[in-house]
Design a protein around this ligand. Structure first.
Ligand code: ZN
Length: 457
């Protein structure tokens, strides 16, 4: 009798624990959705973490896929924390970064995660993970879903093999046929990262799979006409893309700002949907234009925000492709971070960025000559990512404002955008005008120098 009672109360406890967990879990999802903030930044004594969670619509059907992506990231986070916990060297800041790219094609949404961790040694450790799910019902699918029949994988592998060798020859890379053969063996694991593009099916082979680490990731694009009988017809549709898109950028008359104090608001880590657009909605109220330092990995997903920002007359700079610490990269990887971002931005706005904001402000003269861009840093940092409090952010900007200042903010947080708007309201009363870096340079008659770093003007 007694035993039975005990059992019951154990079960009762379990139910309570499960309920509390369920509520917490639900709250977490609710919170992420409510703020539209899928970013996490953690700074500890000897490590730094920056995680970009994919912006998947928070509907009931997607709960499972959201949970499994979160579980994967949590596992990787745990592994990283375990491996840095016992590292003695407090001088080194170890880091952990998760970036993602998302795309929709026909009835499928795909998410690609790249996890970088640095726990000492010669370079970052990189892991890639892709998810594909039906956009309407959230059901996860794999490559089988796209293949005409199971045997099609073998044919896809053969086509890929020849495309990789062709890519190697075109880019003067000495690929070893055996390594390419091994990395393109007809297994689902070898073909787990693919994206349907305008020009064909893009297949990504992460570093080491078909080439050496130094050759980096390899992306090949197989035209759809080569995939007939391999990929189902419904996924071989090429939609019409308007050619020769004319993008118009507005330039403005700067004479009215001649007698004003000038301040350049800059926004890193975007573009995004909500926060970027909220900022753009408000700029005209203050006759303001700002500068965005965008991540190359995000510009395709948020291309409409980027295009709108540019067409409104704001300036677009680069914040590199994956937000890696450039001090920890080899020259070839640094160049990839720069050129991939510039190409992605150029494809959307028709112009390559000339300004670079290196992640964490980490730059030196060798990196400067390698990137061949103008380095723009900042002198007002309200630490918006940490406080997420619009009043505190605005107060810090207003307190430190001066003619020629550069303010660092992030257009991935609504509180940062609200803080910027509040600061502009107050600074406008104090006779400030809000300009892009290029406008500042013109108004102050500065000749930019690629060997310098600019903190203010
Ligand atoms: Zn950043």
């Amino acid at each position: 009798m007694k035993k039975k009672n005990l059992k019951l109360s154990d079960r009762g406890k379990l139910i309570i624990v499960i309920s509390v967990l369920a509520i917490l879990f639900g709250f977490l999802f609710f919170n992420i959705e409510k703020n539209g903030e899928n970013h996490e930044i953690i700074k500890e004594e000897n490590y730094y973490m920056k995680i970009d969670y994919p912006d998947i619509e928070n509907k009931k059907e997607n709960r499972k896929i959201i949970a499994s992506i979160k579980k994967y990231i949590d596992e990787k986070k745990g592994e990283f924390i375990d491996s840095v916990r016992d590292l003695e060297n407090k001088e080194i800041v170890y880091d952990f970064l998760v970036s993602n790219s998302m795309s929709e094609y026909e009835d499928i949404t795909s998410v690609h995660l790249t996890v970088y961790s640095y726990t000492g040694g010669a370079h970052y450790i990189r892991e890639d993970k892709s998810y594909y799910f039906k956009t309407d019902v959230g059901e996860e699918v794999d490559l089988t879903h796209f293949l005409v029949e199971p045997d099609s994988l073998k044919r896809l592998a053969d086509v890929s093999y020849s495309y990789i060798l062709k890519y190697g020859a075109e880019n003067d890379l000495n690929f070893l046929e055996d390594t390419v053969r091994e990395g393109t063996e007809a297994t689902f694991e070898n073909f787990s990262h693919f994206t349907f593009m305008q020009s064909g099916l893009e297949i990504l082979f992460p570093p080491y799979q078909v080439a050496s680490w130094a050759d980096g990731e390899i992306r090949i694009v197989i035209p759809y006409n080569e995939l007939k009988g391999i990929i189902k017809d419904e996924y071989l549709k090429v939609s019409d893309i308007p050619s020769d898109v004319v993008v118009e950028k507005k330039t403005r008359d700067l004479t009215k700002f001649r007698d004003k104090k000038l301040i350049a608001f800059t926004f890193d880590d975007g573009p995004s949907n909500g926060p970027t657009n909220k900022l753009l909605d408000n700029l005209d109220r203050f006759e303001a234009r700002v500068t965005f330092f965008v991540l190359g990995s995000r510009v395709n997903q948020y291309s409409s925000s980027l295009l709108r920002a540019y067409e409104q007359g704001n300036q677009i700079g680069s914040h590199t492709y994956s937000h890696l610490n450039l001090f920890k990269l080899k020259d070839a990887d640094i160049l990839r971070e720069i050129t991939n971002t510039n190409a992605n931005v150029n494809a959307i706005i028709g112009e390559e960025p000339r300004l670079l904001r290196p992640p964490y402000g980490n730059i030196n003269s060798e990196i400067k000559s390698l990137t061949n861009m103008y380095t723009i840093l900042w002198d007002i940092d309200p630490e918006d990512w940490k406080y997420k409090d619009k009043d505190k952010i605005a107060a810090n900007i207003v307190k430190n404002a001066h003619d020629g200042a550069i303010v660092l903010l992030h257009d991935i947080y609504e509180t940062s955008v609200d803080g910027a708007i509040l600061a502009m309201e107050q600074l406008q009363q104090e006779g400030y005008a809000f300009v892009t870096i290029d406008e500042m340079v013109t108004l102050k008659n500065v000749e930019l120098d690629k060997s310098k770093s600019y903190f203010k003007f």
